[in-house]
Design a protein around this ligand. Structure first.
Ligand code: PLP
Length: 397
């Protein structure tokens, strides 16, 4: 009998921070000036410089670096005037920090169904855009799948909805050449370890709207030092806002910014490598019976930092047994259909602070949705090995 192949890679091990990032971090530590507003005369701190660089990278007029992706979303919602009791549209298929950011403001998430292509269901959105009584859509590009953004923006504009984009999984992605995060009023990004740039924790906000950006800077805890920002609107924009905007501290610091800045230039090359892993896995599963690969539209430039597939209409015992057999061979699958929230996979029924909602299409899709991380410590040979193990175990089930 052939020996059973086991994969030995670690699904949560990222690459080290590059030498450029380590050197920049050491320089900040040696300076002692870790707080973003603690700068020498004439100095542009690392945080302000990161904001300039990320605004340039995305083509946005303004950028603000903050403490986390979750903080970024809450800050954007506040800046758009979301108040307690307001209803906010968002994806039913997303991660817990998304409904959490809405609930933290005392507002109420209204969930929109997901399609088999793992994007927001635009027909359901069109219905709820007029019926839900919401003024804001917090759109989550969950697991890096970008919907038809042209149609989404038409629906939003038609219904007078403002759009905030959660780009935690789409930093570096685009729709028809427009970077993810540049369609809505605000784009939110996370720089925690499992996203596309790694500073442990961190977040970025971009916008072209001077008033919204000035509010976000004031909210983030600028202590009236907004003139030290370089990717910000001019001081006069802050004048009318500064007495009315609460300080909800959630700043980025110079150490994290120093670690992040070189990663902007490293991103294009990393995207190429992520997508090579993604395509290797996709190719290895292309003939697996009963498995649905998620189609990737021509218009979408994606970042394949994770991989999803559907096993439509599989029963729970069958999925659990597949996961156990894959785990025994070193392949860690996450399942979005589990009743109990496990690690990053929780579903709308687990968010019981939100009024219960009927989402039959989403429930059916999540029941067969499996997910793998693809850290850049994996090679294309590793991706092919993972695909081979999955293919064998799915055929056996
Ligand atoms: C990680 C993540 C966030 C929030 O980022 P944090 O930096 O962890 O707060 C938001 N949305 C999605 C889809 C995420 O995966």
């Amino acid at each position: 009998m052939d020996e059973i192949e086991v994969f030995t890679g670690n699904f949560t091990q990222q690459e080290p921070i590059s030498e450029a990032g380590i050197a920049a971090a050491l320089a900040v530590l040696q300076s002692g000036r870790l707080h973003r507003y603690n700068v020498a005369p004439g100095e542009m701190g690392e945080t302000a410089a990161l904001e300039v660089d990320f605004a340039t990278y995305t083509g946005a007029a303004y950028c603000l670096a903050v403490a986390s992706g979750g903080y970024a979303m809450g800050c954007a919602l506040r800046a758009l005037g979301v108040a307690p009791g307001d209803r906010v549209l968002t994806n039913a298929f997303t991660l817990a920090p998304v409904p959490g950011a809405i609930a933290a403001l005392g507002a109420e998430p209204v969930f929109v169904e997901v399609t088999e292509d793992l994007v927001i269901d635009l027909d359901d959105l069109a219905d709820k855009a007029t019926s839900a009584g919401a003024k804001v859509l917090l759109l989550s590009h969950m697991r890096g799948h970008v919907c038809d953004m042209d149609r989404l923006m038409d629906i939003a504009e038609g219904a007078g909805l403002k759009v905030i984009e959660d780009c935690a999984h789409t930093m570096g992605a685009a729709w028809c050449g427009v970077p993810s995060g540049r369609h809505g009023v605000v784009g939110c990004y996370s720089t925690q370890t499992y996203k596309h740039m790694n500073s442990g924790e961190g977040g970025l906000l971009i916008s072209d709207d001077p008033v919204v950006m000035a509010k976000m800077i004031l909210l983030s805890g600028s202590y009236m030092l907004y003139d030290r920002h370089r990717a910000a609107p001019p001081p006069e924009v802050f004048e009318g806002l500064k007495y009315h905007t609460p300080n909800v501290s959630g700043r980025m610091d110079n150490l994290r910014a120093a670690i992040l800045r070189p990663q902007i230039a490293e991103l294009p090359q990393k995207i190429t490598r992520w997508n090579a892993l993604y395509r290797a896995l996709e190719a290895g599963l292309s003939a697996t019976p009963g498995l649905r690969i998620i189609p990737r539209p021509q218009e979408e430039a994606f970042v394949g930092s994770s991989f999803q597939f559907l096993l439509p209409d599989w029963t729970e015992p069958r999925i659990l047994s597949l996961m156990a057999r894959c785990a025994a061979r070193g392949v860690e699958l996450k399942w979005f259909g589990a009743e109990e929230p496990v690690a990053f996979t929780s579903r709308h029924e687990s968010w019981r602070y939100v009024p219960a909602q009927l989402l039959p299409r989403t429930d059916r899709i999540l029941a067969g949705l499996l997910d793998l991380r693809l850290p850049l410590t994996f090679s294309e040979v590793d991706a092919a090995t993972i695909a081979r193990i999955l293919d064998q175990e799915i055929r056996r089930a």
